[in-house]
Design a protein around this ligand. Structure first.
Ligand code: SAH
Ligand code: SF4
Length: 366
């Protein structure tokens, strides 16, 4: 079926998703992105929301084959941010009127870490008089831990499924019993039951990933009743098993990077068209592959941006992939830069608002 016909349909099928994700003709691509953007305008106007991102520690017990801060990467200098420093950054985010903060780190499940995160949450709530929305993105935990953090004030949780296809997930992780797809999926279910707004996402353009797999990822978002999507291109990190394999196979050329960027923009547009009222982030990884990557994401239907507010001295140690942008910048520079990027495409910043997923509240009303 011609793309225009598909775009006129009120309900897209799996085949439609596959057809849209398979578009490569430049004029058709532009139409697809424009349709994604038009859908975003319908749902929430041209507002984009900020989440100030603090990457507070790169210690990680996991060994994901793609990630630059995986446990076995000995080239990384490990760091922890003190409570005081996190609170200083959080106060800055609050004073900037961003409305919302994301706390991200490597994964740890020890009691000291769990208590530390709980303290951070309570203190941030206190300093912002309960006004700052808090999203956690610190990996897999037990139900009891997720509950403790929810009670301490976190109200959103981001946990990417990485791929909704267990066989593909397996190729991206060591088979050591600690990287189990079913466990990750169960975590998403627990988070939902506890009452979090739940975010997930996948990496796009992975070796062995097909367009049908990506269509199934979008169906997974629907089936799991996901409120927020954070997805982006897979980007090589030179000192990882997957990165080395991709480079050796000649799969990291400029053309391949362009293909992964394009696929990611298509995923944003098609997800927006299919799920309509979810929050979708224009992730930093888009900008690792193209200087205007995040703007392109917003123009394809994304409505959330995450200005980096990590302490400058730790930015060079939190490199999940190569060419990460903004590493040399201050938090103020990141804010000004994103303000300008949003203005340049004719959008507006939703300052002072939590910018919660409309999808989540619709469900609450039912
Ligand atoms: N440790 C937590 C949060 C930090 S990692 C967790 O894993 O959930 C956050 C995300 O970074 C991961 O979910 C993964 O999708 C992404 N990521 C890691 N390495 C990447 C790479 N090489 N390219 C693109 N995204 C990557
Ligand atoms: Fe750790 Fe997350 Fe990186 Fe996996 S993706 S190694 S859990 S920081």
């Amino acid at each position: 079926m011609a793309m225009e016909k598909i775009l006129q349909k009120t309900q897209l099928t799996r085949d439609d998703l596959i057809a849209l994700l398979s578009v490569t003709e430049p004029a058709e691509l532009q139409k697809l992105y424009a349709a994604g953007y038009a859908q975003k305008l319908k749902v929430s106007g041209n507002f984009d929301y900020y989440r100030g991102l603090i990457e507070f520690s790169n210690r990680c017990i996991k060994n994901c084959l793609y990630c630059g801060i995986r446990r076995d990467n000995t080239e990384v200098q490990r760091f922890d941010t003190t409570l005081q420093d996190i609170l200083t950054q959080a106060r800055w985010i609050y004073e900037q009127n961003f409305g919302s903060i994301v706390l991200q780190s490597g994964e740890r499940q020890d009691p000291e870490f769990i208590t530390f995160v709980e303290t951070v949450l309570r203190e941030i709530k206190k300093l912002s008089h309960g006004e700052l929305g808090i999203t956690l993105c610190v990996g897999e935990e037990t139900e009891a831990t997720y509950r403790r953090w929810f009670e301490a004030g976190a109200h959103r949780y981001l946990l990417r499924i990485e791929s909704s296809k267990p066989e593909l997930y397996q190729t991206l992780h060591p088979q050591d019993g600690h990287h189990v797809w079913q466990v990750r999926k169960h975590c998403l279910e627990l988070l939902r039951q506890i009452g979090y707004q739940v975010g997930t996402g996948v990496m796009i353009g992975l070796p062995g990933q097909t367009v049908a797999d990506l269509a199934d990822d979008i169906l997974f978002y629907r089936d799991m009743d996901i409120d927020m999507i954070g997805m982006g291109p897979y980007v090589v990190h030179h000192n990882t098993p997957l990165g080395k394999q991709v480079v050796a196979a000649g799969l990291d050329s400029k053309e391949e990077q362009q293909r992964r960027l394009e696929l990611s923009l298509k995923m944003i547009a098609v997800t927006r068209l299919f799920l309509k009222d979810v929050n979708i982030a224009a992730t930093t990884a888009l900008q690792a592959l193209h200087p205007l990557g995040r703007e392109l994401g917003l123009k394809a239907g994304a409505n959330v941006l995450m200005p980096v507010a990590t302490l400058p001295e730790f930015r060079t140690s939190y490199l999940l992939y190569d060419n990460k942008p903004c590493v040399a910048d201050s938090a103020t520079k990141c804010r000004d830069c994103l303000d300008a990027r949003i203005a340049a495409i004719g959008d507006r910043v939703g300052y002072g608002a939590w910018g919660d997923s409309k999808h989540f509240y619709k469900k609450q009303e039912q």
